[in-house]
Design a protein around this ligand. Structure first.
Ligand code: SF4
Ligand code: SF4
Length: 242
């Protein structure tokens, strides 16, 4: 996502929510004092940004039901194989093939994590956010058709894995031959839940809760790519390799 698009999203967000200056600056890459704070929780290595000049961590909590901005401005809903099975059933399709034909679209995109070291190239089946969705809409924030008038998801609890994880981004890396799941924040400018704090303690229960979701999601993504439903390649710029 370009800086301009993030700034536009943040400005829209600030019409309704107060965005702290540190959060705003981090989103726009205007801080040169950001360090990674790696925290291992269960089987996931979280990377939490810290602003060293202010000694502040940037943390997050979800503001739902007051907020459903991630569903109002949804850019893409990549599906795992498990998502395809569960959502097809939830939407009343007897045939997975029919569900894929009518309700999904192919997306291809690139993600770079917050500290700029890992670039992920992905091609997946994605859930359509509107009936007439085409490739031109890929990545463009639009209201998701599965959001109801009360701000709840009509697919819940079978909503896509990515909806359970937002605003975390996660990826799998091999460390001395052992797969390690990593997670950090996606800073797209669409979530008002970020805040600055002197202590990371407030967020520990959330990291606990999300660690199992994130781990399971990565296992589901591995199965999905292994079985040919999606393709993912990861480039670690620090190690300079795919
Ligand atoms: S994740 Fe962020 S954008 Fe989505 S409902 Fe929670 S606070 Fe709102
Ligand atoms: S599928 Fe549900 S949770 Fe996901 S963006 Fe749509 S309404 Fe929101």
């Amino acid at each position: 996502m370009s800086e301009n698009a993030v700034e536009k999203s943040l400005n829209l967000l600030s019409n309704k929510w107060k965005i702290e200056p540190e959060v705003y600056e981090l989103h726009l890459g205007k801080r040169n004092d950001v360090i990674d704070t790696p925290i291992s929780v269960n089987k996931v290595m979280f990377h939490i940004p810290m602003l060293t000049s202010d000694k502040l961590y940037i943390l997050w909590k979800c503001l739902w039901p007051d907020c459903h901005n991630c569903c109002d401005r949804q850019g893409r809903l990549p599906l795992t194989k498990d998502d395809i099975r569960n959502i097809a059933k939830k939407m009343g399709y007897d045939s997975k093939a029919e569900f894929v034909k009518r309700e999904t679209i192919i997306s291809s995109w690139q993600e770079q994590e917050i500290f700029g070291n890992v670039i992920t190239n992905l091609t997946t089946l994605s859930l359509k956010r509107k009936d007439q969705e085409t490739q031109v809409d890929d990545g463009v924030p639009i209201p998701c058709k599965h959001l109801d008038v009360n701000g709840s998801c009509k697919l819940h609890p079978q909503k896509p894995g990515v909806c359970w994880l937002y605003p975390f981004a996660s990826w799998l890396e091999s460390h001395q031959g052992v797969p390690v799941v990593h997670a950090t924040f996606q800073l797209t400018g669409d979530c008002p839940g970020f805040y600055a704090s002197k202590s990371i303690d407030d967020m520990m229960p959330i990291l606990e809760e999300y660690s199992s979701r994130i781990f399971e999601y990565n296992m589901a993504v591995s199965r999905t790519t292994r079985e040919g439903y999606a393709s993912i390649s990861i480039m670690d710029l620090q190690k300079n390799k795919f």
